[in-house]
Design a protein around this ligand. Structure first.
Ligand SMILES: *Cc1c(COP(=O)(O)O)cnc(C)c1O
Length: 360
């Protein structure tokens, strides 16, 4: 068996011990005589898996008791509609901060459900920086303020928490949840697709403050109504059971390897390795403002785009895959989520050095 270093932006690499455990438990989960995939979501076996996954997530992120944790489907793109359907009804208005492709997508979708204001946008810098808080035009009557904490395509990340003066802060954390310590109490709602840093696709995690429930627009489908899901422990409809099980294993793995402080330290060290190399090179370029660079997704461009194909081919031959940048921006992108080992980033930097000396 050979495992590659997988730099995919998502679905993404998972911790090998988790995959091994899942393989071992595939046919018979802990003496139950069945696979997790075959279990009733209301049976005692799966209920215990579900409860443990939630409890571990609560423990790792220190989620306060007045927040509900929901396991849903529809992904972050689904949440782009589900969030306004559930939250905008309080005042009919919402603020969006645009920092790249994903927050722009969220903003466009929200416009179907109320009056949506762009509180700040980094479009003029081609989304290479987070707009500073002083320049935001916040509406005190907004139902919420929406941000994307880490722009997976552009590689910009919030390294501070906005102050929204009491208006609930909503964050799409799909690509950086569980990558660093987090003060959940500063947010009204956090959502994330699992497939970047927490597990397989098909599962969306929503962490929502209880007082924000109960304002859903009448059009909200019942399966996407947070209050309905909260009242039914995310079992109003059949939840993505296998994805919840794998996420539970990932969370246990994070806990066993030191929890959030250790994960954050590991991620900072990996990102530093790559950015330090990029900054010392005139062959490769990363355009993002230093203070706003993502620890998770590192886009970079070669001096000459004609070399892109050769770069990717050479990487593949060395067991490094999925380094091609998003089709909308070109270039390269290394996604270095929690499960990417330091050795993967070291191998990448070593290869980049060699490629530069051959083609620079
Ligand atoms: C991947 C991603 C999405 C899209 O998630 P889906 O699961 O395809 O809906 C949305 N937002 C961010 C920040 C992402 O990284």
């Amino acid at each position: 068996m050979t495992r590659v270093f997988n730099f995919s932006p998502g679905p993404a690499t998972l911790p090998e011990p988790v995959l091994r455990q899942a393989a071992q438990e595939m046919l018979d989960w802990r003496g139950s005589g069945m696979s997790v995939m075959e279990m009733s979501h209301r049976g005692k076996e799966f209920m215990s898996i579900h409860a443990e996954a939630e409890a571990t997530l609560r423990e790792l992120l220190a989620i306060p008791a007045n927040y509900k944790v929901l396991f849903m489907q529809g992904g972050a793109i689904g949440e782009n509609a589900i969030v306004p359907m559930n939250l905008i009804g309080r005042t009919g208005r919402a603020d969006y901060v645009l920092t790249g492709d994903w927050s722009k997508k969220s903003y466009k979708e929200a416009r179907n459900f109320g009056t949506v204001n762009v509180a700040a946008t980094a479009e003029s810098s081609k989304f290479t920086a987070i707009p500073e808080q002083a320049a935001w035009k916040l509406d005190p009557g907004a139902s919420y303020v929406h941000i994307c904490s880490n722009e997976t395509i552009g590689g910009v990340q919030f390294h501070w928490t906005p102050d929204t003066a009491g208006v609930p802060l909503v964050a799409d954390m799909s690509s950086d949840i569980l990558s660093r310590a987090l003060d959940v109490s500063k947010y009204g709602l956090i959502y994330a697709g699992a497939q970047k840093n927490m597990g397989p696709s098909g599962l969306t995690v929503v962490i929502v403050r209880e007082d924000l429930l109960g304002h859903a627009l009448p059009v909200t489908p019942s399966a996407f109504n947070y209050k309905t899901q909260a009242e039914n422990d995310s079992m109003y409809n059949t939840p993505p059971t296998y994805a919840i099980y794998i996420m539970g294993l990932v969370l246990q793995h994070v806990k066993a390897t030191g929890g959030m402080p250790a994960v954050e330290e590991h991620n900072r060290a990996k990102a530093r390795l790559l950015y330090d190399f990029l900054d010392g090179s005139s062959f490769y370029r990363n355009p993002v403002a230093k203070e706003d660079r993502s620890l998770m997704n590192v886009p970079f461009w070669l001096k000459d785009a004609a070399l892109d194909e050769a770069f990717l081919k050479g990487a593949q031959a060395r067991g490094m895959i999925q380094l091609k940048g998003h089709r909308s921006v070109g270039g390269m992108r290394a996604s270095i989520y929690n499960a990417m080992p330091t050795e993967g980033v070291q191998a990448l930097v070593q290869y980049m050095k060699e490629f530069e000396s051959q083609h620079g």
